[in-house]
Design a protein. Structure first.
Length: 271
């Protein structure tokens, strides 16, 4: 078996192992969906009337909200990548993998692929939740599929970031914090819940160029979920080329963090 085929074969085994771990620990899936569902309910019904634009159009705000929730959900799922690697390191499972005649890349690729499977399941659950609160896709099937694929590409990019953080974390306790602490500025300094133009000064500039904002704006465009009436439309190059910028950002993130994760895994596995 050549090198590439071996990576795919071994990665499939590791992916299955990690998916089975979720099956044996359903609280992981519960945790992955509970927080996004709470965000949907809070922002749609508690804050929606207050921030749903000048007219308080909560129905339009709920349509605007869901793309942000989708992106936030898959971004936060990368914390499971962080914790998974830290847990395997702490329990010595990485050492067991090292002793097997398997590709080193398979361990990392298998973990990130398994997290993609989790993201697909969670997105299905969040889609049902969105439909129940009145969200609809107002474009065609092709654009809808592209919207979901874009979110999954963003999920993959975040998983590679999580893989690197997990491999440099010294314990599961550190991983618990490190896997989430960077997520909050990423998701809240963006257009996930409010228009980016409403953020002042430097925060607005950060939001404009935040890859999270690009992923959210591009998904909204593909789903046909515009800003509520009276809200300023996003402007500037990142907003006007949201899909392109989102894809390029994801490719760049993967191009940076995949080699870093592979390098770090090589150092860990050679100890």
């Amino acid at each position: 078996m050549n090198g590439v085929a071996k990576v795919f074969s071994d990665s499939g085994v590791i992916t299955w192992r990690n998916v089975m771990n979720v099956r044996r620990n359903p609280e992981w899936l519960l945790g992955a969906t509970a927080f996004p569902l709470m965000f949907v309910l809070m922002f749609a019904y508690v804050f929606g009337g207050a921030i749903g634009g000048p007219g308080g159009d909560s129905a339009a705000y709920r349509e605007f909200l869901i793309a942000g929730i989708f992106a936030q959900t898959v971004a936060f799922n990368s914390s499971y990548t962080v914790i998974g690697f830290a847990n395997d390191l702490q329990k010595g499972i990485i050492d067991r993998f090292r002793s097997l005649p398997m590709s080193r890349l398979a361990v990392i690729v298998g973990r990130t692929t398994a997290d993609q499977v989790l993201s697909v399941v969670v997105l299905l659950i969040m889609t049902v939740a969105g439909l129940l609160i009145g969200w609809r896709i107002n474009t065609n099937v092709g654009d809808a599929v592209l919207g979901y694929l874009l979110i999954l590409l963003f999920a993959l990019a975040m998983s590679w970031v999580g893989a690197y953080i997990g491999l440099i974390s010294r314990s599961v306790e550190v991983a618990n914090s490190a896997g989430l602490i960077w997520m909050f500025p990423l998701t809240f300094i963006s257009s996930a819940f409010v228009p980016q133009e409403s953020l002042p000064g430097v925060l607005g500039t950060i939001a404009d160029w935040n890859p999270f904002t690009a992923a959210v704006n591009a998904t909204r465009d593909l789903f046909g979920n515009p800003s509520p009436p009276g809200w300023p439309e996003p402007s500037g190059w990142p907003a006007e080329n949201a899909a392109l910028y989102a894809i390029v950002s994801c490719v760049v993130i993967i191009g940076i963090f995949a080699p870093l994760a592979a390098w770090r895994y090589g150092k860990v596995a050679s100890r």
